[in-house]
Design a protein around this ligand. Structure first.
Ligand code: NAG
Ligand code: NAG
Ligand code: NAG
Length: 290
């Protein structure tokens, strides 16, 4: 059977089986730090009201305190759990990933030759994190943002997920020396894997980034849109970042193609993004049918 015919047959079978509530691709969800799959419960409810029958799978791994283990450990474990759905699903899937989960999803999109349609990154520190937050105070009460690099930029410190995307703008040398996750994904450490990360990442149809000034955790909040501090703690926007200008992992190509969308949403605190229906209705829902 010729491939186009086979595709047609599976489309027909798909429609018949699912009936006419068809429509949208399955959704994979990855939760944030200290959270668990139930973080996706409101999302699942809203998706099923809007598009009955849609499969929403919340990745059930690295829940609660397990969420602080190294990012590569999480990505390498989760990639085997989601490989079937992310790589082999003929109609593709949409990814919705929150906070730290957005960086786990970036890792997955870099290492798997996936069939992801849209990646919706919700208040995720895509360009790194540098701020005194409740999480930093909780896990590292003896440190402040100014000095936690002494712990994070060491082999021992890199055993914490937060350290894998901690980006101290005053310690670029130590960042590139020790950071083995975000710096590798951004080609700041010139990993030999970057060619593969880039070709995988570019399989995405669209990247949708949601974040805003009242988040209170992601610092600077513009990191949710790939902006970040320079050495003077002035925020430099995505398009002026080195990884964008050098197209290190395909972000510029995606943007030139018109496939990078940023939504700046004021008035939402960090822990409220996935619980706020307006965020779903105005900034997520439309991308699920695209
Ligand atoms: C490249 O990827 C392989 C396979 O995932 C991994 O074992 C290796 O550590 C990576 N190399 C670097 C420099 O990150
Ligand atoms: C930081 O500010 C100083 C003093 O205003 C200036 O000389 C320097 O060029 C700035 N550095 C960056 C990276 O913008
Ligand atoms: C990654 O960085 C190295 C060293 O700076 C550079 O030679 C290479 O072209 C970069 N690769 C990509 C894909 O940007």
């Amino acid at each position: 059977m010729a491939p186009p015919y086979r595709l047609l047959v599976s489309a027909v079978v798909y429609c018949v089986v699912v009936g006419h509530a068809v429509g949208i691709r399955p959704i994979l969800y990855m939760h944030g730090i200290t959270a668990a799959p139930d973080e996706a419960d409101p999302l699942r409810e809203w998706v099923n009201e809007a598009f009955p029958g849609t499969k929403v799978t919340a990745i059930d791994a690295f829940n609660h305190l397990q969420s602080v283990v190294p990012m590569w450990t999480q990505v390498n474990t989760i990639k085997e759990m989601v490989r079937e759905e992310m790589v082999n699903s003929p109609e593709g899937v949409n990814l919705i990933c929150f906070s730290q989960g957005g960086l786990i999803c970036r890792g997955l999109l870099s290492v798997l030759p996936h069939n992801v349609n849209n990646f919706i990154s919700v208040s995720s520190p895509q360009a790194g994190q540098y701020g005194d937050t409740m999480y930093l105070k909780y896990f590292f009460p003896n440190y402040l943002k100014q000095n936690v690099y002494k712990l994070f930029y060491s082999d021992l410190g890199q055993q914490w997920s937060i350290a894998n995307y901690w980006h101290d703008p005053h310690q670029e040398g130590l960042y590139t020396q020790y950071n083995n996750f975000l710096a590798a994904l951004d080609n700041d450490t010139a990993s030999t894997n970057i060619t593969q990360y880039k070709s995988n990442f570019l399989r995405l149809k669209k990247l949708i980034m949601i974040g805003g000034p009242d988040d209170g955790v992601i610092t600077p909040w513009q990191s949710s849109h790939f902006g970040f501090y320079d050495a003077n703690e002035t925020v430099v926007p995505m398009k002026a970042q080195k990884f964008y200008q050098q197209d290190s992992f395909g972000l510029k190509t995606l943007d030139d193609r018109g496939d990078v969308i940023t939504h700046i949403v004021p008035g939402i605190q960090h822990t409220h993004w996935m619980k706020t229906r307006m965020v779903f209705e105005k900034y997520i829902r439309g991308w699920l049918t695209d």
